[in-house]
Design a protein around this ligand. Structure first.
Ligand code: ADP
Length: 486
């Protein structure tokens, strides 16, 4: 902000020049005044000197008149001149008090004048006494030389004063020239300043006009852009509405196609189940009834047939479970997890006993907001995996615990099994993803897909922490049942 009020360097320079010129001209005027006083003073000295010489001349003339006539009345100018002389000499001393040279000359002049006056007085006295020859002799001899001395001395004083006069007149002239120069300079600078100001202000006005024009143009452009934006916005809204409508239509079509496809898959699964059950039943009957009479190879084929049929049945039932879970409406209720766990453990009792597994359940587990059958399925799949995926011959150790936080319950199933490498921890939740062959660990590859889908449909999430060779922990997060009460 303050930089706008800073003077440009050229203006500062011009102001400085103006100030300097004003100083110079005021000094020139002062010098001129002083010099004029000194010139007047010199004229006074010269005038006083001339009055002194004049008085002396008048005294001499009076003395001559008296010499010729003997008339005492002729002496009046002499007496007056004598009185004047004293005053003039005092005035002269006073006026030249500043000049030591003149002061040195004045005593000699005073002495010469006094001598001249006393000579005049002597002549007058001789004339009065009637000694005319002596008086005339005194006038001729001493009188002339005394007057000459006075004239020489007054000449000296006058010459000095004239020299001073010339000097002072010269100084006064120079001061007046400087004054004139300073005035002319000041006027020139002021003129230049005025011109510059005029140029600067007209450029400023031009720039302001240009800026105003630019502003007007940009305002018009802004108006135009706003109008375009408005139009684009309307078009966008229209496109969005069309898009939404198309999405709605496509979704409806997709839902319809999906429902059809699911229905188709379900009916196929149902239709496949009956012949499969037959295959399984007949294979079992074959083994049971005809086993003892069959060759060893034939018996092995019959066993394989029964196993494949059982496996196919399991696959179909898992697929049906998954599709039911993905499709059907789930209503969430307060579920007592302890009861669910007890039920699951009962169903798994045979496997638990067979493997000699140790299962710890933290008591009591907090209630959750869930779909009871789905939660049962989720825990069943996690626990059966925990029992299944252990090193051959190893004793499974499983812990079921819970933690309540932020209106949520984290249920965890921790095992001491074979663990899952980090690279596989995501993909095992996809349908049919298995990390091992069925001969080592039997299964369909759908169990964890059901877990994830079921938990998500209940508004929760599932996480996995695992270290290969040490074990895994599956964490199921569900809304806490207290939330419903709140
Ligand atoms: P299935 O159990 O039928 O193989 P799942 O979908 O339940 O299918 O599991 C997918 C794969 O994830 C399993 O084949 C197995 O490799 C791995 N897995 C699942 N649970 C565990 C576990 N507790 N410990 C180690 N690996 C597991």
């Amino acid at each position: 902000m303050s930089s706008r009020f800073l003077m440009p360097p050229a203006l500062v320079l011009a102001v400085l020049v103006l100030l300097a010129a004003a100083l110079v001209s005021s000094r020139a005027v002062r010098v001129q005044n002083e010099t004029s006083q000194w010139v007047a003073h010199t004229y006074q000295v010269i005038a006083t000197l001339e009055r002194t010489v004049g008085s002396l001349t008048r005294a001499e003339t009076a003395q001559r008149g008296y010499l010729l006539t003997g008339d005492e009345a002729e002496l009046a100018p002499f007496n007056a001149a004598r009185l004047d002389m004293q005053a003039n000499l005092d005035r002269l001393t006073e006026l030249t008090i500043d000049n030591p040279n003149q002061q040195q000359r004045l005593p000699a002049l005073r002495a010469a004048v006094v001598e001249r006056l006393s000579l005049l007085a002597d002549v007058i006295a001789l004339r009065r006494a009637g000694d005319m020859p002596a008086a005339i002799a005194l006038v001729g001899n001493h009188g002339r030389s005394a007057m000459d001395r006075v004239l020489v001395l007054t000449d000296d004083v006058r010459t000095e004063e004239n020299r001073l006069l010339q000097d002072r007149l010269h100084r006064a002239r120079r001061a007046s020239q400087i004054g004139v120069l300073a005035t002319v300079g000041t006027s020139a600078v002021a003129l230049v300043l005025l011109l510059s100001l005029h140029i600067v202000s007209s450029r400023h006005a031009e720039r302001l006009n240009a800026e105003r024009d630019e502003l007007r143009i940009s305002r018009e452009q802004t108006h135009e852009t706003t109008a375009n934006l408005h139009l684009a916005n309307e078009q966008l809204q229209q496109a969005t509405a069309e898009l939404e409508q198309r999405v709605r239509e496509r979704t409806a079509a997709l839902v319809e196609a999906n429902t059809e496809l699911e229905g188709f898959a379900r009916s196929i699964a149902h239709d496949l189940r009956a012949p499969l059950r037959n295959m399984h039943g007949f294979a079992a009957a074959l083994i049971e009834d005809e086993g003892p009479r069959m060759s060893k190879k034939g018996l092995e084929y019959a066993h394989r047939l029964a196993a494949s049929a059982a496996r196919m049945e399991g696959l179909i039932s898992d697929l049906l479970n998954y599709s039911r879970l993905a499709r059907g409406e789930l209503t969430l209720d307060r579920v007592d997890v302890n009861t669910v766990v007890r039920q699951v453990l009962q169903e798994l009792a045979a496997d638990i006993e067979r493997t000699g597994a140790i299962i710890e359940v933290a008591n009591p587990l907090p209630p959750v907001l869930a779909h009871r059958a789905t939660l049962t399925q989720v825990l069943m799949n996690l626990l059966s995996n925990a029992l299944k995926f252990v090193q051959p011959g190893a004793q499974p150790r499983i812990t079921l615990a819970a933690r309540v936080h932020d209106h949520h319950v984290s249920l965890s199933v921790t095992d001491n099994g074979i663990g899952i490498a980090p690279a596989n921890q995501k993909r095992i939740f996809a349908v049919f993803e298995r990390l091992h062959g069925p001969e080592r660990y039997p299964g369909t590859g759908i169990g964890l897909s059901i877990v994830r889908k079921g938990v998500e449909r209940m508004g929760g999430a599932v996480h996995l922490e695992s270290t290969p060779g040490l074990g895994s922990r599956f964490i199921v997060e569900l809304p806490a049942a207290e939330m419903e009460a709140a």
